[in-house]
Write a protein of this length. Structure first.
Length: 156
């Protein structure tokens, strides 16, 4: 009996251990591809919330496309999050329609970083490699305005 119990316990522990693999991942992107924690953790992150109906969001997307290319070599990652929680095909289509070239997370990372609930759009967060929010940028941004804030915060 004790032998059966220890075997059952080992199976349960193994299941919990394996089930936890990837638990720190960020879910999937707008293309349905897994976004592994290793792709974003240990990097500065620029997290931008957007919506299709938000005119300033639409105007700043080309700026974030340019920013993502400018800071990639420095290890900074630009990611978007849809404010309306679009998923699957809806998220892919909205991202494509707006011309978003950077990663859009299907899961909201707000709980991971203890982000406040957004009261307006657009809003962008600068998050350091340890996961600490270093800055909240309210309103429409440009690549140069975010670069300046990243430099001031020590991200570049």
């Amino acid at each position: 009996m004790a032998r059966q119990f220890s075997h059952a316990l080992a199976v349960v522990l193994l299941a919990f251990t394996l089930g936890g693999c990837g638990a720190g991942d960020y879910g999937v992107d707008q293309h349905g591809r897994k976004v592994a924690a290793g792709e974003l953790d240990q990097h500065w992150r620029v997290v931008n919330y957007w919506a299709e109906w938000c005119a300033p969001c639409r105007r700043e997307i080309p700026e974030f496309n340019a920013l993502a290319q400018q800071v990639k070599a420095a290890g900074v990652r630009v990611v978007g999050v849809n404010f309306d929680n679009l998923q699957g095909e809806e998220l892919r289509k909205a991202s494509q329609t707006l011309g978003i070239d950077y990663t859009v997370l299907a899961e909201n990372p707000a709980p991971r970083f203890d982000l406040p609930e957004s009261q307006g759009l657009p809003v962008t967060y600068l998050i350091d490699p340890r996961g600490k929010v270093r800055e909240q940028l309210l309103g429409e941004q440009t690549a140069s305005s975010v670069l300046a804030r990243l430099k001031a915060a020590g991200g570049l």
